[in-house]
Every structure is written in structure tokens, then in C-alpha cells.
Design a protein around this ligand. Structure first.
Ligand SMILES: NC(=O)c1ccc[n+]([C@@H]2O[C@H](COP(=O)([O-])OP(=O)(O)OC[C@H]3O[C@@H](n4cnc5c(N)ncnc54)[C@H](O)[C@@H]3O)[C@@H](O)[C@H]2O)c1
Ligand SMILES: O=C(O)C(=O)C[C@@H](O)[C@H](O)[C@H](O)COP(=O)(O)O
Ligand SMILES: [Zn+2]
Length: 370
């Protein structure tokens, strides 16, 4: 069991990482659960996998679960589901001091967190992440959002949870593809600022993914600690530090948009491909050594992830992907800063990237003729 504090000014909270947390949810949430009925937002897969344990825990503490069970998948991060969820929370008579529970992956966490941020101008919520991605990344740091037809996470709020409970046992029912997608965000922490952790991933990643409990706890706790340190230093992404957590995301979000935010490409899969692209683009600019960029690609291939966008069959050119990037929230007065790599373990924000050069680079990557 690991407890990582997230030291945000005025609203500190804990991330608890360990086994057996779901059956203890009511006990761990304690007096935060003020009423008999506890509002829980989840999706149908998670309800099937984790619902009974949560319900039993609440019942043992004299509570009753009020479930809102949403359709699984990225399409749920929508205006329609947000509005319906807020209306449901209002019907449940949720007060500001109550705690709404987000039980699920990043989709549920992002949507529920945003609903909590706007309900009565801000209600409490507890993140109970059940995917690897949500445990290592989305449940921590307070970014909440929905997608719009214009692009990814374009409407949202910074709203920190009151508590995060990451039960490693929940990963037992997670499909392999989802586990791998989450692993991309684990590798991200090594690439952006912690070369020894990237080496740890190369040595231990496969065994961690295969289910080694101690390695899983280390990977989640280490990732959360890395994110907590960055969020503490730059909660609102204004200092150029939190933006480093966006490594691979400008490319990745464009790939997600091009595939229609569909099951064809999961967020984490887009991030893995995006990080390979960011590394290769950095090498092209004389930054990271080309061999190190290929070491990153090879690691994703080794664990069973795609590392070449040519294999996606996107049927578009580089300019089409760049057009999606123009909606990136880092866009500033006509310039799009890119998170690039000087070396493995050293990311920085490059503000002099020409989008024409990006389009040319992507044309070559898309055709597989690098
Ligand atoms: N807020 C942030 O800081 C942040 C960070 C990273 C990603 N995100 C967002 O997170 C989202 C991706 O999250 P995700 O990868 O967790 O996807 P997800 O929430 O769609 O979950 C993935 C799939 O796994 C299923 N699932 C979840 N837990 C399960 C379990 N324990 N057993 C069986 N099935 C389970 C879900 O039903 C879903 O089908 C994206 O929208 C991304 O933009 C946000
Ligand atoms: O917490 C952050 O900051 C991140 O950038 C984490 C990312 O993994 C995550 O996908 C985030 O939602 C992307 O943020 P966005 O601001 O580009 O939407
Ligand atoms: Zn991400």
C-alpha cells in the first residue's frame, strides 16, 4: 500500500494505491459520505466488474448506492452525457458538501469531475480509478473535460478530487488492450523527466503488464508521485512545466480526432504513437539521438503496442493532422508549442516549431517511407 500526497494549495488530497481498496471504499471515504444515498457515476463494464464490491462496502456502512451507469467509451465524454449526468445529480439532490464518486477509467473520471466542477458551482468528488491509465494519470491532478466536435478535451475545468482510491485488484478484469493503453502514460513519465524510470520500464514493463503485483504497485505509485510533483509546481499549466505531461499528446490527440474518437484508436495508443512521433521529430531537429528515438519505438513494439502510424491506414496527409492540432489548448497567439525531447528523460517546450515542417514530417511517417 502506498499513499501519495498531492500538495495543492488550499485543497491537498491523498492518492491511495494498493490491493483490496474497493471492498473498503465506504470505510476509506469515511465521513465524506454524508448521506444514506451515495451518487456513483460509472460505465456498464465497470459496473459489471466492480459494482458488487462497491455496493457491499456501502451497504455494510449503512449506505445505498445511487448508480448512474453510462455507456463505455470515449463518446461518453460529450455535452449530452454531461447534461444528463448533471440533471441526474440535481435530481439526487446532491449538495456542494457531498462527494460524488467517479468509478471507472479516464472517461468516467473526466466527465464526472467536470460535472462536479459545474454542479452548484463546485461539488466534491472522489476518484476511484479502475484502469491503469486512470490510476497512473487521469484520476490525479484535476484536469476534467468533455470532447466537442472541434476536438479533444476542449471544454472542461481544473477541479481537484477530494480523494483518489486506486485499487490494483480492479486491473484484474481490464482487457489487455486497455492495460497496454494505460502503459503508454507510465512510460511517459520516464521519457519526460526520469531516464532511470524509462530503463525500469524496459526491464520490468512486460512483467508488470503480465500481472506482477509488486511491479504494478511500484509502477502506479511511482507514476502518481511523478505527476503529483508536477501538478504541485504548476497546477494550472501556466508555467510551462505541467505542459510536459502533454508529451506525445499534440500528435496523439490529432490521431484520435482523425479516427473519430472511436475504438479504432484508444487515447493511450495515440499517446504511444504520439511520443514516438515527438521523439522522431526531435531527432530530425538534431535533439535526441535517432537511436534513442528508435529505442522508444522498439519498447512499445516489444510490449505489443503499435509504434508506426503507417499501420493505422488513416488515409489522410500530414496537413489534415496538423489541422486538428490547431485546436490544441497549448496554442498561443498563432504559435503551437510542442513538447520535444533533448534526450530520454528530458522533455522541453519548443516554441519555434513550423507547422509546415510538422506536416512534411507526418507525410513521411504516414507513408512509412521514413
Ligand atoms: N484528466 C486527465 O489528466 C487525463 C489523463 C489521461 C487521460 N485522460 C482521458 O482518459 C480517457 C481514457 O481513459 P481510459 O483509458 O481509462 O479509458 P476508459 O475510461 O474508456 O476505460 C477503458 C475501457 O475499460 C473499461 N474498464 C474500466 N475499468 C475496467 C475494469 N476494472 N475491468 C474491466 N473493464 C474496465 C471501460 O468500460 C472502457 O471500456 C481519455 O478520454 C483521455 O482523454 C485524462
Ligand atoms: O494532466 C495533465 O496535465 C496531462 O496533460 C495528462 C494527459 O495525459 C491527459 O491526456 C490530459 O487530459 C491531456 O490534457 P489536455 O490539456 O491536452 O487536454
Ligand atoms: Zn493522456
Amino acid at each position: 500500500m502506498a499513499v501519495i500526497p498531492v500538495d495543492i494549495a488550499g485543497r491537498p488530497y491523498e492518492v491511495q494505491v494498493g490491493s483490496g481498496l474497493l471492498p473498503r471504499l465506504a470505510e476509506l471515504a469515511g465521513p465524506r459520505l454524508r448521506k444514506r444515498r451515495v451518487p456513483i457515476v460509472t460505465d456498464a463494464h465497470v459496473h459489471k466488474a466492480c459494482g458488487a464490491a462497491v455496493e457491499a462496502s456501502l451497504a455494510a456502512a449503512g449506505h445505498e448506492a445511487a448508480w448512474r451507469i453510462l455507456p463505455p467509451g470515449e463518446a461518453t465524454k460529450s455535452w449530452e452525457q454531461l447534461a444528463a449526468t448533471v440533471d441526474w445529480l440535481l435530481a439526487e439532490e446532491v449538495e456542494r458538501g457531498d462527494h460524488i464518486i467517479a468509478l471507472g477509467g479516464g472517461v468516467i473520471g473526466d466527465l464526472t469531475g467536470f460535472a462536479a466542477a459545474i454542479l452548484k458551482r463546485g461539488c466534491n468528488f472522489i476518484q476511484v480509478p479502475t484502469t491503469l491509465l486512470a490510476q497512473v494519470d487521469s484520476s490525479v491532478g484535476g484536469k476534467t473535460a468533455i470532447n466537442t466536435p472541434a476536438g479533444k478535451n476542449l471544454v472542461g475545468a481544473f477541479h481537484q478530487p477530494a480523494l483518489v482510491l486506486a485499487d490494483l485488484d480492479a486491473l484484474g478484469t481490464l482487457p489487455q488492450r486497455e492495460l497496454l493503453a494505460g502503459y503508454a502514460e507510465v512510460v511517459k513519465y520516464g521519457l519526460l523527466g526520469d531516464a532511470p524510470f524509462f530503463d525500469w520500464c524496459v526491464i520490468n514493463g512486460a512483467a508488470m503488464l503480465a500481472g506482477d503485483a509488486a511491479l504494478r504497485e511500484y509502477a502506479v505509485a511511482h507514476s502518481v508521485a511523478a505527476k503529483a510533483a508536477i501538478v504541485k509546481a504548476d497546477e494550472r499549466e501556466t508555467l510551462g512545466l505541467r505542459a510536459l505531461l502533454n508529451l506525445g499528446h499534440t500528435f496523439g490527440h490529432a490521431l484520435e480526432a482523425q479516427t473519430g474518437f472511436s475504438n479504432r484508436l484508444l487515447h493511450g495508443e495515440g499517446v504511444a504513437l504520439g511520443m514516438v512521433l515527438a521523439a522522431r521529430f526531435s531527432a530530425r531537429r538534431g535533439l535526441i539521438a535517432a537511436a534513442d528515438a528508435e529505442r522508444i519505438a522498439a519498447h512499445f513494439t516489444d510490449v505489443g503496442m503499435a509504434s508506426e502510424i503507417a499501420t493505422l491506414g488513416l488515409n489522410c496527409d500530414g496537413q489534415a493532422l496538423v489541422a486538428h492540432m490547431l485546436h490544441d489548448k497549448k496554442m498561443d497567439a498563432g504559435t503551437l508549442p510542442f513538447v520535444l525531447l533533448r534526450q530520454i528523460g528530458e522533455a522541453f517546450l519548443a516554441k519555434d516549431v513550423d507547422l509546415g515542417e510538422v506536416a512534411t514530417f507526418l507525410d513521411a511517417e504516414l507513408s512509412g517511407r521514413r
